[in-house]
Design a protein around this ligand. Structure first.
Ligand code: GSH
Length: 213
């Protein structure tokens, strides 16, 4: 295939190297051995959907492929998986059919959303409301619950897997809390143990959080 056509066929992730949700998709892309380009969203305050790859929610990440556009991290990870060959054995959220595992995934996703809201409120200079205090309390509660339950939840994952959405999202969440100074995580020993172990993957080493210049 000529270079220009090959470039067009290559998926594009619109996101940021500092973004929690973007990193989830980049870890998946690396695990699926999918080549992609990262188009950096420069202004997180932009209200032009075009800057977000057409996402009307004004959120990153978005994936552009010759077949169409995919909004949101889970959609993107699934599409990267469908495009991969051979397809690794991935445990998806809908496979978590017992309360401990399903609740762990729910709380990781909710903590991610809460963290993003706290960061955006701080950027907008609006971080001193009663609601903000409640969100911080909820975030601390969720991280404490995960500290108590993550090791049994992770042990209950199907052993014959290459990857799970739960592990990728948990890793990206815990490391992002520290990276963005939202919550110190040093005291959460079980979560740190998991992160240290998960960080040995090449896909993690290739996608460190950093602020794009
Ligand atoms: N539901 C989306 C949420 C993505 C999201 O919240 N991304 C953050 C960056 S990590 C964002 O776009 N924030 C901009 C904003 O909140 O205005 C997903 O699963 O990908």
């Amino acid at each position: 295939m000529p270079d220009a056509l090959e470039e067009l066929a290559k998926p594009v992730i619109i996101g940021r190297s500092s973004s929690l949700f973007t990193r989830i998709t980049r870890i998946f892309a690396a695990e699926m051995r999918t080549d992609y380009s990262l188009r950096v969203l420069r202004d997180l305050m932009s209200s032009d959907p075009g800057d977000y790859g057409g996402n009307p929610a004004l959120r990153i990440p978005t994936l552009q492929t010759p077949q169409g556009i995919w909004f949101g991290a889970l959609n993107i990870c699934r599409e990267l998986w469908r495009r991969s060959s051979p397809r690794p054995r991935v445990v998806w959220p809908e496979d978590l059919d017992e309360p401990l595992l399903a609740n762990a995934q729910e709380l990781v996703l909710q903590a991610m959303a809460t963290e993003v809201t706290l960061i955006m409120a701080k950027l907008a200079g609006a971080s001193d409301s009663a609601h903000h205090t409640k969100m911080r309390k909820g975030l601390v509660n969720m991280i404490s619950w995960l500290e108590e339950n993550a090791s049994s939840a992770l042990a209950a994952l199907p052993p014959h897997r290459d990857l799970s959405y739960l592990e990728v999202t948990l890793f990206c969440l815990v490391t992002h809390l520290e990276f963005r100074d939202v919550l110190p995580t040093a005291s959460y020993s079980e979560l740190n143990k998991f992160c240290q172990h998960f960080a040995t993957r090449a896909s993690v080493r290739e996608t460190p959080y950093r602020f794009d210049t």
